[in-house]
Design a protein around this ligand. Sequence first.
Ligand code: CDT
Length: 307
Amino acid sequence: MARHLTIAVCQTGPIQRSATRAETVDRLVALLERAAAAKAEVAVFPEMALTSFFPRWEMEDDAEIEAFFEEAMPGQETRRLYEAAAALKIGFALGYSELDRSSGKTRRYNTMDLVGPDGKFIGRYRKMHIPGGTEASAGTTTHLERRYFELGDLGFPVFDYCGVRVGLALCNDRRWPETYRMLGLGGAEVVLIGYNTPLLLDEAPSLGHLRMFHNHLPMQAGAYQNTVWVAAAAKAGNEDGQQLIGGSCIIAPTGELAAQVTSLDDEVIVHRADLDLIAVCRKVNFDFELYRRPDQYRLIAERAGPL
Ligand code: CDT
C-alpha cells in the first residue's frame, strides 16, 4: 500500500521581545489549526518558536537570560499547544530554548521536541552545530549562541512518528552534510528543521545576494543525497530590528522544492509527501547497501592518506 505523510510547515513572522508567551502560543495554536484544517498529519515550527531570537543580544544577568528558556515542557504557558495537538489530532516539532536542571547543574540547550498527534512527547533533539561566538565583536553580526547554549548531547536520533521515521535538526545544522547523512543512516524518511537566519551578515556583505540560495542549497542537496523529505520552518521578517530571511519550504527526496512560502509572516504550507519516492530515489542513485560498503570505504581511506 502506498505510504504518505501530509506535512505542514508553520512559518512565523517575527516574535518580538515584547510579546508574552501567551500571545506567542496563541499564534502557534492558530497555525496548528490551519495545518489541521489542511489535513496535515504533522507540523513543524521554527527554532526558538516561543521567543525572539535572543542570541543577538549580549546579556549578563541569569534571570534576564533565563526568561527566554523553558524549564518544563509542556509548561504552564505551552500546555495549550499540546492540548490543541491532541484535540486536532496533529503532532508537531517545536524549537525552543531548554533549561535542564535534572543533573543538579544548570544546562542550556537549543532544543526541538517532537510531539505526537495525542499531544504526548515522542523525542528530543539538542542542536549540534552551535554557531557564533561568546562575545560580540566589531564588524560581525552579533550572534552569540555559544554564549548561551551547550553543544547538543543527544546525537541525531530518529523517532517513530505514526509509523514514519522522523529526524530533527535546527538552523545551522541544515548547512552541514553530516546532519542529513547521520539521520539518513539512522533510517530517517522525513527531516523536520526549524531556523532563524539573518538576512544580512555584516562580516560578508558581498555574499548578501546568496542568502536565500545558501538557505535552500544545502537542504535540497541533503534531501537528494540522503533520499529524505525535508520540511523547514523559518522565523521571518523584522524581529526586534533584525531582518530574518524566511523562505520556509518542503523539499522532496528528488531535491525539488515541493512547496514554498510566499510571505514573511505567519504562514502555513502543506504537502502530501509520497514516502515511496524515497525507495525510487535510492534505487536510481543512492543505494546505501550497494555503495556504502566497509571495503569501499577502507579503500577510500587508504587512498586519501593521513588526515
Ligand atoms: N540560528 C542559526 O543557527 N543561525 C545561523 C546563522 C549564523 S550567522 C552568524 C544559520 O546558519 O542560519
